[in-house]
Each structure stands twice: as structure tokens, then as C-alpha cells.
Design a protein around this ligand. Structure first.
Ligand code: IPM
Ligand code: MN
Length: 359
């Protein structure tokens, strides 16, 4: 009996989201033929335009629809006519929370030919992974105002940390470090235990306890401010980092630029539990002013598609895309920054497809 087709949803989203999604799907189509698997895509028009038209963010029944899929691909959200926070909280964060995607996995790998702002560093120096908790912390939206709009205004925004939330993330990070099995085989906890003496103490104690189950994995700890310094000074020091949601957000932008920036950085919002639905996205935003100009680098989206396949039972397809992408960045493209690729968005997708046949 033939395998069932891989059931996917895409949310191309706003701005340049649709054009990079198109290239990722182009690569999916090519690799599915080469590797002999089938897929079905349901494309969803969620995002800023739909919101402005209908007032809907996640339409009714939308979450149940996604729960029938094996994975979701998200292009980008963010619309110049929608106030900040509406789409981010109402769409992206809702999806992460409601689908309980408690891991935000962000590989940081400098590909051959890609420029890093770090002088004298190359692909051998920059190859680590950030495991960011994805459902708690300052992102919970817990808080409020007192005397709003007056001179005595008070605003409170609370960070929530639970034992369950940090333990499942830390445990997953240990498993991941073990499987990744790099010569360093080190999991570094990044937090701020010297100031956040309650919430990050919970993380610290949980990290120590879970570590006992992984004697083969070395452990380390960095305060988040020091981590930013080390990441620039000694990126080769890191193997896997596990951190809280807010700090993970910040350090992965720093890490993203080390690997060449938003044109290449991708991430996965994972629900690793049985039947869980994960969502993969290029890390860049919707870049409204570049919409339709064929200038945005689709490599990040293509990398996100490779991650999707790796986590959806097609690891060989994922590895093959990674090889093809490295071939293209290493031999064809001038630079990975937007508009300086030497090729348009669609042409880069074509180059990856062409390289797939040879890798
Ligand atoms: C990211 C983004 C989001 C986040 C925003 C858009 C809500 O910055 O995926 O890193 O803060 O998590
Ligand atoms: Mn971010």
C-alpha cells in the first residue's frame, strides 16, 4: 500500500511571505519527485489582508483544520496597516500556544559562501542550535494597567514559568543534544539566575535535575548578557543552547545575523508530542516594501521547508535539500543580503531545484 500523502497547510501570509513560500513549495515539489513521496497542500489566506477585509485572525474552525495536518508552513506575517501586536499576538502567538508548540528550534549554521559580520570566522566556527521555550514567559500576555493614561499609570507584564513548561523544554533539549551528537555534546542553559531569582531559579533547578538523566551530555550555564558576548567572541564554543522564550527571541536575532541574517535563518515551532502539529517559518518578517520585487532571499524559507520535512518523517529529503542549498550558496550566489544575491527570489529557487538533481 502506498504511503498516505503528507498533509500540509501553508499560510503564505503578508508582504513577501507568499513569494518566499512559493520557492519553498517549488523545492518541495522537486524533492518529492526525487525521493518518491507525495503531499497535499491546503493554502490558507490568513494574515493582514484577510484581517483588514473580515476582521478575522484565525477563522472559526481554523485550529481544528490545522490539527488535521501533519505540519504547517508559515511565510511571514506583518502588515503596515495593522497596528503592532494584532497579527503577532492574534495569529502567530495564538498558533504557537493553541497548538502547544512548546519548542522553538532555531539552528544557527553559517553556510558556505554566506557572509558573516564576524571577521575571520567561517562555517566551521558557526554551527549551533538554540532551543527556545515557546509557550511561557513574558509572552503569556498576563498583566494589565492601573490608572491608564494618567500621570500615575502603572503597567504590569508578568513572566510565567511553570515546572511542566521548563521541564519539557529542557528534557527535549537534552534529547536533542544527545541525538545531534556533536564532538562538543554540550547543552548550555542561558538565563539570568543572578537577577530573576524565582523564575530562573526554577529553570536552574530543573536543568540540574534533568541533567542527571543525561550523564553523556556535558552541561554549561551562561547568563544571557554574557551569552551575547560569547556568541560574538567565541561562537564555536556553542553546541546546543536551551533558554526561555523572551531571551530566546533576543539571542536568536543576534545568532541569526551571525549566520548571514534573515535571508537564511529558519525556525521550527515544534509540538513533539504524538499527534502534535508543528509549524515552520523563515525567521525574517514580511518586508512590505519589497513585496513583489523578487529581491528577498528565499533560502530561509527553503531551509524552513527542509526542517519541516526532517520533522515530518522525510529526513533524507531534508538532508538533500540542505546539501543543495549549501551548493547554491557556496558556488552561485554573491551574497545573501536582500537585493545583493546576484539572483532574484524565483531564480534562487530554481538554482536549488537544479542542484537537487545532482545532490
Ligand atoms: C520571532 C518573532 C516573534 C516573537 C514576534 C513576531 C511575535 O520575533 O518569531 O522571533 O517574538 O516570537
Ligand atoms: Mn524574534
Amino acid at each position: 500500500m502506498a504511503d498516505r500523502p503528507l498533509a500540509l497547510a501553508t499560510i503564505p501570509g503578508d508582504g513577501t511571505g507568499p513569494e518566499v513560500t512559493r520557492e519553498a513549495v517549488k523545492v518541495l515539489e522537486a524533492i518529492s519527485k526525487l525521493e518518491g513521496f507525495t503531499y497535499e497542500i491546503e493554502e490558507l489566506d490568513w494574515g493582514g489582508d484577510r484581517y483588514l477585509r473580515t476582521g478575522e485572525l484565525i477563522p472559526e474552525g481554523g485550529l481544528d483544520l490545522l490539527r488535521t495536518k501533519q505540519a504547517v508552513f508559515l511565510g511571514a506575517i506583518g502588515h503596515p496597516d495593522v497596528p503592532p501586536g494584532v497579527l503577532e499576538k492574534g495569529l502567530l502567538l495564538q498558533l504557537r500556544f493553541q497548538l502547544d508548540q512548546y519548542i522553538n528550534l532555531r539552528p544557527v549554521k553559517l553556510l558556505p559562501g554566506v557572509e558573516t559580520p564576524l571577521a575571520g570566522r567561517g562555517p566551521d566556527d558557526i554551527d549551533f542550535v538554540v532551543v527556545r521555550e515557546n509557550t511561557e514567559d513574558l509572552y503569556c500576555g498576563v498583566g494589565g494597567y492601573l490608572k491608564k493614561g494618567t500621570a500615575d499609570e502603572v503597567a504590569v507584564q508578568q513572566a510565567i514559568y511553570t515546572r511542566k513548561g521548563c521541564e519539557r523544554c529542557i528534557r527535549w533539549a537534552f534529547e536533542y543534544t544527545r541525538k545531534r551528537n556533536s564532538p562538543k555534546k554540550t547543552l548550555t542553559l542561558v538565563a539570568k539566575t543572578n537577577v530573576l531569582t524565582f523564575g530562573h531559579d526554577l529553570w536552574w533547578r530543573t536543568f540540574q535535575e534533568v541533567a542527571r538523566d543525561y550523564p553523556d551530555v556535558k552541561t554549561d550555564y551562561n547568563h544571557v548578557d554574557a551569552c551575547c558576548m560569547w556568541m560574538v567572541k567565541n561562537p564555536d564554543f556553542y553546541d546546543v543552547i536551551v533558554t526561555t522564550n523572551m531571551f530566546g527571541d533576543i539571542i536568536t536575532d543576534l545568532a541569526g545575523i551571525l549566520q548571514g541574517g534573515m535571508g537564511v535563518a529558519a525556525g521550527g515551532n515544534l509540538n513533539p508530542d504524538a499527534g502534535g502539529v508543528s509549524m515552520f517559518e523563515p525567521m525574517g518578517g514580511s518586508a512590505p516594501k519589497y513585496t513583489g520585487t523578487d529581491q528577498i532571499n528565499p533560502i530561509a524559507a527553503i531551509n524552513a521547508m527542509a526542517m519541516l520535512l526532517e520533522h515530518s518523517g522525510q529526513p533524507a529529503a531534508a538532508a538533500r535539500i540542505e546539501k543543495a542549498v549549501a551548493h547554491v550558496t557556496g558556488t552561485k550566489m554573491k551574497s545573501q543580503a536582500a537585493g545583493r544575491m546576484g539572483y532574484g527570489t524565483a531564480a534562487v529557487g530554481d538554482l536549488v531545484v537544479e542542484a537537487l538533481a545532482q545532490h
